[in-house]
Design a protein around this ligand. Structure first.
Ligand code: WT7
Length: 635
């Protein structure tokens, strides 16, 4: 581990201090531990007002040389990826660094053979199988930009993402196993492909033996394509600021934002944080349970761990199949040392009998991680006591798709932890807590609550929203002058430790999935009987938050249960099953301000059954609607 610099709390403090006093020198030193084809000329150029951030300008590299080639000599036979299938009776796959290198190079040639060149966009809609990792690294090898769409998203979600970035090629699998179910991904893609004029070729990996519909001239099987190419593929020379990938995340308006990550800074940021936060040692087995369709999977299943030369586990299945002990069975079987998951999974597993845990030997575990949403006290303790047996530091890692890498988190075994606190900023991260007047609360020795912003650029910050730099500026750089706004609220204690309290905008985190309420509202509005609707989040004991939809129907329409399920299905089909509202209330109106804005704050309170103090309602045009909504609220 070349970047494992922090080994004591004093070293953490020293690194942090250096990173704020001289950020360029700090990151220069870390960046020098990677393989570059040409060294950079300028470490950092930035202006949050434009906004513009450039790291390691003039530097030339290929991230796959850092994730693969450079490990071959010393540890070519080390396992890079352990793949654990959905069905425990199917065999695990162990792929060494050398094997992965060959597979990636070969598939990179498949992409080239299908006309893909540097800068072209490639959409991946795939299950959690090694071929997903191979395809993404193959894109990076030739400088193509991958845009991975989580394989639980609907056909229209795929189509809008493909069209937004103009993807030329789509890679998918015929089917995916999910617990006891089989889902036909290719059928979902075919539906999406009816409206995606930029796609020229589709490559289909056969995960199952079931017949697959293939369109002549457009669709090709993965294995057939492999036969046509050889295994050597030189890595394309990329500029540090060349685009590595686009990944869509929800926003406050209906349209998902294509966050753009570039090559050099992203690599440096993910690898440095991976090694230091988790404190990985040479023979450790690291498992992050996220899906690669999310940023956690990009940064901490693939790029960070592979650049660090670690062994990373990829799991195809779900925590409840064949039973609720599956995670622990895998930890036992693979001797997992580092386990990184989401609070929603912890809460779901904590609800089950402890026998699912006790049946398995968890003594290999050394470090536990949490990510995606605030972890509540109860879940934290359950995780710490029953999984870590009180011996494994819990790292509660706060970050975002936009930040690319972990920002605020304990360093495992080094930073004192405190339940529900992400604790301290990592070196290179300069948080600012902002009060309601938009002023920074600078006293670190007094507890305070506010909104979380970041004052200085870090290497892995997203550079723009694809095709919409103006929106990037508005969403992240307009709330506070010359600062990046996170969209999160935060509490800071008198020792400078941060607890993230949750989103302060119209994004709701459901089971760790970041959902924009506007997207869901747009879907519901499509129903022929719906006039208007508003969707808000409310606390849920397993999912963290669930969705509550207030729906206005046309006058002549009866509110029925059938209509409710139609609306749920509509959301599931257009956005994805994860976005299905838990509760739907039919209302005759929505509380609106004089300027016509829905007052979501009130709707959130009603949905959360927290109606003692609704706050200021004096700007409402129709205050009488509140009583009606409250009386009929679904509890
Ligand atoms: C939002 C970003 C970053 C990986 C997964 C989510 C919430 C994330 C934590 C944490 C409290 C957290 C924030 C953030 N969040 N980690 N440890 N404690 N909240 O990425 O989909 O971009 O969502 O997730 O609200 O803004 P994402």
């Amino acid at each position: 581990m070349k970047n494992l610099q922090i080994k004591t709390f004093a070293e953490y403090k020293k690194a942090y201090q250096k990173s704020t006093e001289n950020p360029e020198a700090f990151w220069d030193e870390i960046a020098s531990t990677f393989t570059w084809k040409k060294k950079w000329d300028k470490t950092l150029e930035w202006d949050f007002r434009k906004p513009e951030v450039k790291w390691f300008q003039g530097g030339k590299l290929n991230i796959t040389e850092n994730c693969l080639d450079r490990h071959l000599e010393e540890q070519g036979n080390k396992t890079a990826i352990i793949w654990e299938p959905n069905d425990p009776d199917e065999e695990s796959r162990y792929i060494s660094y050398r094997q992965l290198f060959v597979k990636v190079s070969r598939f990179a040639n498949v992409l080239k053979n299908n006309g893909i060149k540097k800068g072209d966009k490639v959409c991946l809609y795939m299950p959690m199988i090694p071929e997903l990792a191979i395809a993404m690294l193959a894109c990076a090898r030739i400088g193509a930009v991958h845009s991975i769409v989580f394989a639980g998203f609907s056909s229209s979600a795929i189509a809008s993402r493909i069209n937004d970035s103009g993807c030329k090629l789509l890679i998918t699998a015929n089917e995916v196993y999910r617990g006891s179910k089989r889902v036909n991904l290719k059928d979902i893609c075919d539906e999406a492909l009816e409206n995606t004029p930029s796609i020229e070729t589709v490559i289909v990996y056969r995960r199952t033996v079931e017949p697959t519909s293939m369109k002549e001239g457009r669709d090709k099987f993965w294995f057939d394509e492999l036969q046509k190419v050889d295994k050597d593929c030189a890595a394309e020379e990329m500029d540090a600021e060349d685009m590595l990938f686009i990944l869509y995340t929800s926003g406050s308006t209906g349209k998902p934002k294509g966050m753009v990550h570039t090559t050099g800074g992203y690599m440096v940021g993910t690898t440095y944080t991976f090694e230091n936060v988790f404190q990985l040692e040479k023979n450790d087995v690291y498992w992050c349970t996220a899906d690669i369709g999310w940023i956690t999977g990009h940064s901490y299943i693939i790029y960070g761990p592979l650049a660090a030369g670690a062994t990373t586990v990829m799991f195809e299945g779900i925590p409840s199949y064949p039973d609720y002990g599956r995670f622990w069975e895998i930890c036992d079987k693979l001797n997992v040392t580092h386990f990184y998951t989401a609070p929603t999974a912890i809460r779901a597993l904590a609800k089950q009998s402890l026998k699912f845990v006790e049946q398995h030997d968890l003594s290999s575990l050394k470090v536990l991680g949490s990510v995606g949403e605030p972890i509540n006290e109860e879940a934290w303790h359950w995780y710490n006591d029953n999984i870590g047996k009180g011996n494994c530091p819990v790292v509660d890692t706060w970050w975002q798709t936009e930040t690319g890498a972990i920002m605020i988190s304990p360093v495992a075994g080094i930073t004192p932890t405190r339940p529900t606190f992400a604790t301290l900023p990592l070196p290179g991260v300069q948080p600012a807590l902002m009060d309601e007047n938009g002023k920074e609360i600078t006293n670190l020795h007094e507890k305070a609550e506010g909104r979380l912003a970041i004052k200085f650029p870090w290497p892995s910050i997203a550079r723009t929203i694809y095709g919409n730099h103006q929106r990037y500026k508005e969403v992240y750089f307009s709330a506070y002058e010359n600062m990046y706004f996170t969209g999160d609220g935060s509490y800071r204690d008198a020792t400078g430790n941060y607890r993230i309290t949750g989103r302060v905008d119209d994004v709701v985190i459901v089971s760790g999935h970041n959902l924009g309420t506007a997207t869901i509202e747009n879907a519901i509005d499509e129903h022929q009987n719906v006039v208007e609707c508003a969707v808000v989040g409310f606390p849920h004991d397993v999912k963290g938050n669930a969705l509550y939809a207030y729906v206005i129907l046309y006058d002549d329409v009866e509110p029925t249960e059938k209509l409710e399920s139609e609306i749920k299905k509509l959301v599931s089909d257009t956005v994805g099953p994860i976005a299905k509202p838990d509760k739907i209330q039919f209302v005759s109106g929505l509380p609106k301000t004089r300027s016509g804005k829905i007052m979501r704050r009130i709707l959130r309170k009603i949905a959360s059954n927290d109606t003692d103090n609704l706050g200021d309602t004096s700007t409402l045009l129709n205050p009488e609607i509140i009583d009606e909504i409250m009386q009929e609220a679904k509890r």
